[in-house]
Each structure stands twice: as structure tokens, then as C-alpha cells.
Design a protein around this ligand. Structure first.
Ligand code: AMP
Length: 418
């Protein structure tokens, strides 16, 4: 082999594509049912956008970005996540003047220079949503509901929805001092560079991979320091989740790996615990739009990892071969134009695939059976004007006038559905 894919990337082959499409369409149809509109942004942006929004001290910005200088000398970065880009697009396209709530969803590749392992890639895909313009706790609940309903539609049961609140700036000011004191007391266990990082942003210690749970659990937690309005908002989210029947557990150490969150945050787990198994994460970020230069705009969002969902999806079919309805066998090179024409007519009724391999009749019929075709239509050079119609389910065979193929196919398919 002359070339291999870059480390940490993967191919989705036709053997897996149906699973991918199932996951994407489960989210897409949930978004449609909830009245969300799609948005697509470039895969690269000005580096500064991510540094400012995701946060300079986060692992994502400090260690994981794919940053390059283009030929015009600009510093660009392959997006490590999509929230910052969506906010940038929201402002740049004047969507903050469109009025009311903006409920937006996206899907696409993200890039992080992470250590590749199961469920962790350097190019991975996220589907997610951002809701801009409401401070209501009901919106926090709505985005969690979207995740839970999409995953339920894919057969996930017993999801573990973990919830916490990281609080607004008002809550965090005092907490930061308390947390930093606690960290300094354990300074001998922390490297000087890390200590410098936590001095600037102490909350980051909770998502660092260097310290174990015991260490983290000995530190003070933000939920004990929430100001009245943050605590009340968080309580409303919990009450409403209960009222619509979404089970959750509180995780007082959940902080998420991005700096912009300012209220309730959540992650959704399935099966084995451990950092790799979060299918999804999100939360409220009320300051980001303003920090990006826009008007004060409260917001909530989430993003889910498609690779992890595809890999964890229950009841995966062992073999993803999907049956094609019509298989048009083409016997003799002189029959090719007729075969293309027959397939064109048939496709008005159902999907049709033409065998253009030039192989023997027997081999083509075997290939059709392997593809789980419902009907084989044989177009043979030796019999101009008519085709053979093999209905593999009814086990019948007959000859059909080529001019009447469309009417015949339509009648047969109506017969099937009766
Ligand atoms: P985050 O933006 O880090 O909160 O990630 C949101 C979701 O994206 C996670 O819950 C994962 O499902 C997925 N994800 C994040 N990083 C990776 C990665 N390196 N490889 C695969 N999936 C990832």
C-alpha cells in the first residue's frame, strides 16, 4: 500500500454507511419536529475566534488545534467545535436582527489533535444545535429533550443524563478564589506549568486528564457557590426535566472542556462509564454572543459525537447490505442502451441498479440474489423488444413488452402494496 489515512482519521465504508445515515436522520427528523433550521459554516475560521471563545487555557486550544498559516499570512484553524463558528455566522449574517428565537442545528467534521484511541479521533463528526435569544430554563430542557428523543429513536435505552451548573460569572468569582486556594494547598502534586494554567483558570482542573477522581473529588464544587439567580435557574431545569419524564443524575464535578458555559451543563453517557463514553455534551452560555462582539444574547447548545453514537448503537445489523428493488441484468454489449432505458423507467417506481459488468447471465442473476433484489429485469441482446421479469419474492417469471415496462412495473408494485 502506497498511502494510508492520517493517524486519528477513519473512513466510513459502504458496510457502515447505513448506520451513519440512520444516526444522522434520527437527529435531523427530531430537529424538524422541533422547528430547528439548519446552518452550515466553513470548516476553518480565524484562529482567534476559537482562542477567545473556547478559552486559551483549555486543552482544546492549548494542545489540540490544527492551526496553519495560509498563503496570505493569516492564521487559520480547522474548527475543533462548531459553537463559536455558529455564533460568528449568526452575527455576521445579522441573524440577531431576525427577531425571536433562533433555533439552529448543524452536522459536520471537527478536528482535534487528540490522542487517538477507541471513540477518540482527530477528525470526528458532530451533530448539534444552538438556540439563541432565550434565557428560559425551558430551552435548556428542550435541547436535552432533543438529544434524548433522537437517541431513543435509535434504540438507546437507559441513557445516563448527567447534569450540573457551572454558574454565571457572578457565581464563579468567589468560587474561583476558593478553588484556587484548595489547588495551591496541593501544589506539590501539580507540575509548575499546570499550576500556572490553573492559576489563570482553576475550573480547568476538573477536565484535566492528569489527575484522578480522588484528587478532583477532594476539591470544592461550584454548585455550593451558585448565586441565587443561578441556583433558581438550575432548579427550574431539574424540575422541568422531571415534569416531562427525563431521568438525570447530578454530577457536581461536571464542568465541560470549554470555557464559555455560564449555567446548567450536561453530558449524556451510555453503557460503560469513562471519559470516552460521553455521547454528547452541552449547556448554557449566556455571555458568548456578547464576547464575540454582538448584543447580549442568552444561548444554549449541545453537540453529540457521531462516531461514538454509531459505535454504541444497540441492535446493529451484522451486515448492512440493503436490498435494491430492481436489478437490471444486461446480457450482451448491444443491450446496454436498452438496459439504461429500462432502469430509467423503473426508477420512477423504485430504486434500480443496472449490471454493466458484461458478465455471464448466471453470474448476473447470482449477483442480484446477493443484493437481495426484489425483481430482476433481464435485458438480452438476443430478444429485442421484450425483457424478462423475474419476481424473486413471488417466484414468478414472465416476459414483458419493453414499451409497457413502466405500466407493468407500476401495476406490479401496486399489487405488492395491496
Ligand atoms: P465536546 O465538544 O468536547 O463537549 O464534545 C462533544 C461530543 O463530541 C463528545 O461527547 C463526544 O461524543 C464527541 N467528541 C469530542 N471529541 C471527540 C474526539 N476526539 N473523537 C470523537 N468524538 C469526540
Amino acid at each position: 500500500m502506497k498511502y494510508t489515512r492520517p493517524r486519528g482519521t477513519h473512513d466510513v465504508t459502504p458496510a457502515e454507511i447505513d448506520r451513519w445515515r440512520a444516526v444522522e436522520s434520527a437527529f435531523e427528523s427530531t430537529f424538524d419536529r422541533f422547528g430547528y433550521r439548519g446552518i452550515r459554516t466553513p470548516v476553518f475560521e480565524a484562529t482567534d475566534l476559537f482562542v477567545r471563545s473556547v478559552g486559551e487555557q483549555t486543552d482544546i486550544v492549548s494542545k489540540e488545534m490544527y492551526t496553519f498559516t495560509d498563503r496570505g499570512g493569516r492564521s487559520l484553524t480547522l474548527r475543533p467545535e462548531n459553537t463559536a463558528s455558529v455564533i460568528r455566522a449568526y452575527l455576521e449574517n445579522g441573524m440577531h436582527r431576525w427577531g425571536g428565537l433562533q433555533r439552529l442545528w448543524y452536522v459536520g467534521p471537527m478536528f482535534r489533535y487528540d490522542r487517538p484511541q477507541a471513540g477518540r479521533y482527530r477528525q470526528f463528526h458532530q451533530v448539534g444545535a444552538e438556540v439563541l435569544g432565550s434565557s428560559s430554563a425551558a430551552v435548556d430542557v428542550e435541547v436535552i429533550q432533543i438529544v434524548v428523543e433522537s437517541l431513543a429513536a435509535l434504540g438507546f435505552e437507559g441513557l445516563d443524563v448527567r447534569l450540573n451548573s457551572v454558574g454565571s460569572e457572578a457565581s464563579r468569582a468567589e468560587y474561583r478564589t476558593v478553588l484556587l486556594d484548595a489547588i495551591r494547598q496541593r501544589a506539590e502534586e501539580i507540575s509548575p506549568e499546570a499550576l500556572d494554567r490553573y492559576t489563570r483558570n482553576p475550573l480547568r482542573i476538573f477536565d484535566s486528564k492528569e489527575y484522578g477522581d480522588r484528587f478532583k473529588q477532594s476539591l470544592p464544587v461550584i454548585s455550593d457557590y451558585l448565586v441565587e439567580s443561578d441556583a433558581a435557574h438550575y432548579a427550574r431545569v431539574r424540575d422541568m426535566l422531571g415534569a416531562i419524564g427525563i431521568a438525570f443524575t447530578e454530577d457536581r464535578h461536571l464542568v465541560r472542556g470549554l470555557d464559555y458555559y455560564t449555567g446548567p451543563v450536561f453530558e449524556v453517557y451510555f453503557g460503560a462509564t469513562g471519559a470516552q463514553s460521553a455521547l454528547c455534551g452541552g449547556g448554557r452560555y449566556d455571555d458568548l454572543v456578547r464576547d464575540c462582539g454582538g448584543p447580549d444574547t442568552p444561548a444554549v447548545g449541545f453537540s453529540a459525537g457521531l462516531e461514538r453514537i454509531v459505535e454504541a448503537m444497540p441492535g446493529q445489523p451484522a451486515d448492512d447490505v440493503r436490498g435494491v428493488h430492481y436489478y437490471v441484468a444486461c446480457i450482451g454489449a448491444g443491450a446496454e442502451a436498452r438496459a439504461l432505458n429500462a432502469a430509467r423507467v423503473l426508477r420512477d417506481v423504485a430504486p434500480a441498479e443496472v449490471d454493466l459488468s458484461g458478465r455471464s447471465r448466471k453470474t448476473q442473476l447470482e449477483a442480484a440474489a446477493k443484493k437481495k433484489a426484489h425483481v430482476i429485469v433481464v435485458v438480452d441482446d438476443a430478444t429485442p423488444g421484450t425483457v424478462e421479469w423475474h419476481d424473486l419474492r413471488a417466484r414468478t417469471e414472465r416476459r414483458v413488452q419493453e414499451d409497457h415496462l413502466d405500466a407493468f412495473a407500476r401495476d406490479a408494485s401496486e399489487g405488492d402494496s395491496r
